[in-house]
Design a protein around this ligand. Sequence first.
Ligand SMILES: Nc1nc2c(c(=O)[nH]1)N[C@H]1C(S)=C(S)[C@@H](COP(=O)(O)OP(=O)(O)OC[C@H]3O[C@@H](n4cnc5c(=O)[nH]c(N)nc54)[C@H](O)[C@@H]3O)O[C@H]1N2
Ligand SMILES: Nc1nc2c(c(=O)[nH]1)N[C@H]1C(S)=C(S)[C@@H](COP(=O)(O)OP(=O)(O)OC[C@H]3O[C@@H](n4cnc5c(=O)[nH]c(N)nc54)[C@H](O)[C@@H]3O)O[C@H]1N2
Ligand code: SF4
Ligand SMILES: [Mo]
Length: 705
Amino acid sequence: MLPGTTAKKTFCRLCEVNCGLEATLDSDGRIAKLRPDHDHPVTRGFACHKGLLALEVHHDPDRLETPMRRTKHGFESAAWDEAIDDIATRLRAVLDAHGPQGVGIYMGNPCAFNALGAMSAGMFAATLGIENLFNAGTQDCANKFAVGEILYGSAELHPIADIDRADFLLILGANPRISKTSFLSTADPVGVLRAARKRGASIRFVNPLALADMADIGKTLQIRPDTDAYLLAAILCEIERTSGLDTAATSGMRNLDRVRNFARAYPPERVAEVVGLPAREIVQLAHDLAEAPHAAVHMSTGVNMGQQGALAYWLVQMLSLVTGNLDRAGGNIFSARAVPPMLAGEPTPLRNTKWGDYRPPRGTPPGGLLADMILDDANPIRALFVIAGNPLLSIAGGDRLRGALSGLDLLVSTDFYRNATAELAHWALPAADWFEREDLNYFVQGVQREPYLQWTDSLVEPQGERREDWWILSRIQQALGFPSLFDIPGGDALKALWNGRLEETGHSVDAIRSAPDGIIVLPQAEPGGSLEQIATTMTGKIFDMCPDALLATLERAEPIFESLSGEASGQLKLITRRTHHMLNSSLQNLKRLKTDKGARTNPLYMSPQDASDRDLEAGDFVIVRNDHGQVIAELALDANLRPGVVAMSHGFGNDRTPGMPTAQAFPGVNVNALSPSGAGSFDPVSAMSHLTGIAVEVLGKMSTS
Ligand SMILES: Nc1nc2c(c(=O)[nH]1)N[C@H]1C(S)=C(S)[C@@H](COP(=O)(O)OP(=O)(O)OC[C@H]3O[C@@H](n4cnc5c(=O)[nH]c(N)nc54)[C@H](O)[C@@H]3O)O[C@H]1N2
Ligand SMILES: Nc1nc2c(c(=O)[nH]1)N[C@H]1C(S)=C(S)[C@@H](COP(=O)(O)OP(=O)(O)OC[C@H]3O[C@@H](n4cnc5c(=O)[nH]c(N)nc54)[C@H](O)[C@@H]3O)O[C@H]1N2
Ligand code: SF4
Ligand SMILES: [Mo]
């Protein structure tokens, strides 16, 4: 290390791996360098380029440094007092006219990696009585939250694939090389899978996109998009007809009949055409899974974002359970955790709304209703606080959502940048970043392959007038005359709030803060006994394999199956696609990620066969359209895509973001203009949006002119 410099340990908060990092501070106290923490007991020097580029976000001259107020002449810098006063005045007016129903909050994905920010947003909502608490989860994993609540009693309980001990691993809707997994936190997921393969485990991916760069790890079964629930049902059906479901593992459990009757409706021969896989491959998959000594299943966002993510996730639980792999080594296990799961209580009934019934998991309404709820005549949302999010690009709605957000009486964004959503805000408020605040890796508790707790200090003072999200929200609460986190005796809000959740497991903020490098490695939980414990907590009796609250999702399966069966054979389906070059919309302003042409925007990927059938070539501009909207995109070819499937990345569409000039120079298009919104756009049991497997039409641009 150079003289005058100091090294400080921290961890990445861009994705669920939370890689350990080491920052070097120069003699001025500025962060000069960021590198992987090679001494980290769990992540062991693993990190990706995105995590290291967080330093460029920290130093980016385009970052928000002061509160910015939108005026007729564009955005103008203002003092905090002025911002808070104006926000409080406008908010009070909305509360007076509409009550708390007139106010909404949207918590973006980075709230998952901001221990105090997330807590404070919840407290802000509770203090003001705000029920419209939207978050990125309904675009990501609300199906998992819902099934967790209904089956296991908590949105936070998710048995993870025990990769290290499994003999057979089924991985649906995940691309571990690009995204590094979700709801299964492990450093170097590709290396971990490769090690499993080397020791003899069989691995199968299920994905419309062949994961060719992981072909040595496992074969991809190239499923038709948005049909995974039927594949899973058919596997269950084959297991039922071969060996029955009434096994030692399910003995005495409630509602086995419901599971059996559901599975029987979807034999492999019946679903083969809809899922686009030969019946014999499905039968084989069922035998591989059922006959492996230890089999594990991991299902991720590619399935979550289909129309039936909750059904698919429930079926994953059932497959794991009936094959004796749930809560068992080498199967799916409840990982150890230092933050106990928040219990959901009895599943709430479906909420009846004019846009259809839904059950909000964790109280979250469907993101796909945001525009409708703002534009509603009877009970409109008139003020919206967007905390670390970019709903204009990340949720469905396109121009209609833009119009709705633009017409609000108050739109406030707290962010690092004036992103596409913040451009529409009355106030764009400058948030402190990862290096400018303390934090705790709370979100991944319970889904870590190697469980641990990590604390980070703030490494530097917030630059300029940047402030932590909790500070901003607390100032607004205070201005309205409500108690806030500023009132916590001793001023250590993080400690006061998180100690409350940690004490049950015998941990404390002080203990983590003073642990070497702020890390406490937790012993892995011994599998076994969890279902009995869950049943006791939930009903005091026996485990319910199919609680009533799931029936609404089971009932949708047949009508959706019929409509998929009836689709025209040439119907193109648009799926999601993440890339190495982006993290949702978060890194759009980094020049370094825009140097490679392939990374600059978001082309429409198509299989060479589909392109030649349509006389299209790479580089052509095409119109992609459907009933929801239309975008014009450059065509790129990808031979790994199943014919009939096209793919595009979200998080682009920065043509109107002067506050993010690099992003604006390479704007790309908002793929969510093509996603359904409003009534029918979400899964009622989970409020999860439908964002993959969307029917589209692709036209050569010239042909319409
Ligand atoms: N079509 C389609 N749509 C999708 C997806 C898809 O695959 N396809 N994926 C979905 C998924 S999985 C997700 S998670 C969502 C993401 O959706 P969102 O969370 O709405 O959006 P992000 O693009 O992640 O934007 C996060 C914003 O937070 C800012 N930020 C980062 N950290 C902080 C912080 O600590 N504090 C504050 N105040 N701001 C911060 C960033 O600058 C950025 O502007 O998008 C979803 N939308
Ligand atoms: N580089 C990068 N890393 C990221 C992110 C990012 O934007 N960029 N985002 C982070 C976030 S917020 C999240 S939630 C995680 C997500 O992490 P993952 O859930 O692992 O997500 P993806 O890598 O997008 O993998 C989804 C896969 O599903 C496939 N797919 C699409 N539709 C279907 C379908 O109908 N059925 C099946 N079986 N597969 C389908 C897609 O081809 C894709 O390969 O990634 C995180 N990490
Ligand atoms: S894998 Fe995720 S947590 Fe690790 S450095 Fe990359 S973005 Fe950060
Ligand atoms: Mo996500």
